[in-house]
Design a binder for this molecule. Structure first.
Ligand code: AMP
Ligand code: ZN
Ligand code: FE
Ligand code: FE
Length: 307
């Protein structure tokens, strides 16, 4: 219970979470949160239901999205807040990213079959049930069929980067991910920076400096899987580069069973003031850069690895 806190990073059944938008908004309200953002991967499909639920339950809803960017060493995800889901550029690019998943997902099913697992893509898509199908849905089916004991085991043995059934998917570059979010009037935030798996603190500083040049607005320093030291370190880097700090749990319901909404692993506390700064930044956002065409979705090939 953390009355007055907020959660700026959650997933619903529209991507790889297990709670519907309405269930998630209701649960956040029960947990005493003042505001909750939904940040599904590559989709804004939750927004209409989430808005209606937020009015009914009396809790603020923040429309968000999470985009996977090209990054060679670890995983780079960029969160977009206060995005306008009617933006034509956003709609078009999200469609391309969905197609990139549709290219990659059947290949993962084939690899699993060649390893002797009876996993068809149709079954995975049926289980996912909504517009975005991702590796956690494969993992869930593998648990249901008894091939592995947990979603984590499915990732560790088959689905994580470099594992036998892993297949890359096409992504946007970091600069294009940020520009896309800006083009939809949103605020771009580097998600869970520990997943970048950077070799040194200096490297983190360099990378953030480069992303800031691309227009990055903030860093998710307060993250459920960040230690207290990591939270302080990334908040300091954010301050050094004049960036906002945000925070969230990355709640996925039963797909990440150890992470609770709003409280994360138990010690998460994200103050409402951080959201005020995000909204102020969104309100001051100038028009989209002239001539930006939405960027190019690159072919598969570069890294996505996380724990
Ligand atoms: P996808 O977008 O299909 O590549 O799946 C990415 C999602 O899978 C992430 O957002 C996480 O929810 C989950 N995931 C990725 N890597 C791991 C891992 N090593 N262990 C557990 N979950 C993971
Ligand atoms: Zn996810
Ligand atoms: Fe992420
Ligand atoms: Fe996430």
């Amino acid at each position: 219970m953390s009355a007055g806190a907020i959660d700026l990073h959650t997933h619903t059944t529209h991507s790889d979470g297990s709670a519907s938008p309405e269930e998630l908004i209701g649960a956040a309200r029960l947990n005493g949160a003042l505001a909750v953002a939904i940040t599904d991967h590559d989709t804004v499909g939750s927004f209409a239901e989430a808005r209606a639920a937020s009015e009914r339950f009396g809790i603020e809803f923040v429309p968000g999205i999470e985009i996977s960017a090209e990054f060679s060493s670890g995983t780079m995800h960029i969160l977009g807040y206060c995005v306008d889901e009617t933006s034509a550029q956003l709609t078009e690019k999200l469609d391309e990213l969905k197609h990139a998943r549709e290219e990659r997902n059947p290949q993962m099913a084939s690899l699993l079959q060649s390893l002797g697992l009876d996993i068809s893509y149709d079954e995975v898509a049926r289980l996912a049930g909504n517009e975005i199908v991702g590796r956690p849905h494969f993992a869930r089916l593998m648990v249901e069929k008894g091939y592995v004991a947990s979603i984590q085991e499915a990732f560790d043995r088959f689905l994580k980067k470099g594992a036998a059934a892993y297949v890359e998917k096409a992504r946007l570059s970091p600069a294009d991910s940020i520009a896309l979010i800006h083009s939809a009037g949103g605020v771009a935030v580097l998600a869970h920076p520990y997943q970048l798996k950077l070799s040194s603190l200096e490297r983190a500083d360099e990378l953030v400096a480069q992303l800031a040049e691309f227009g990055l607005d903030g860093i998710e320093a307060i993250y459920s899987r960040h230690s207290a030291a990591e939270r302080a370190f990334y908040a300091e880097i954010a301050a050094r580069h004049n960036l906002l700090v945000t925070g969230g749990s990355d709640y996925h319901g039963s797909y990440k069973p150890d992470i609770s909404l709003v409280t994360g692993l138990g010690d998460l506390e994200v103050p409402y003031a951080l959201l005020e700064a995000v909204k102020a930044r969104a309100a001051s956002r100038a028009r989209p850069p002239l001539g930006f065409d939405g960027g190019q979705v690159f072919g598969a090939g570069e890294g996505d690895r996380q724990t």
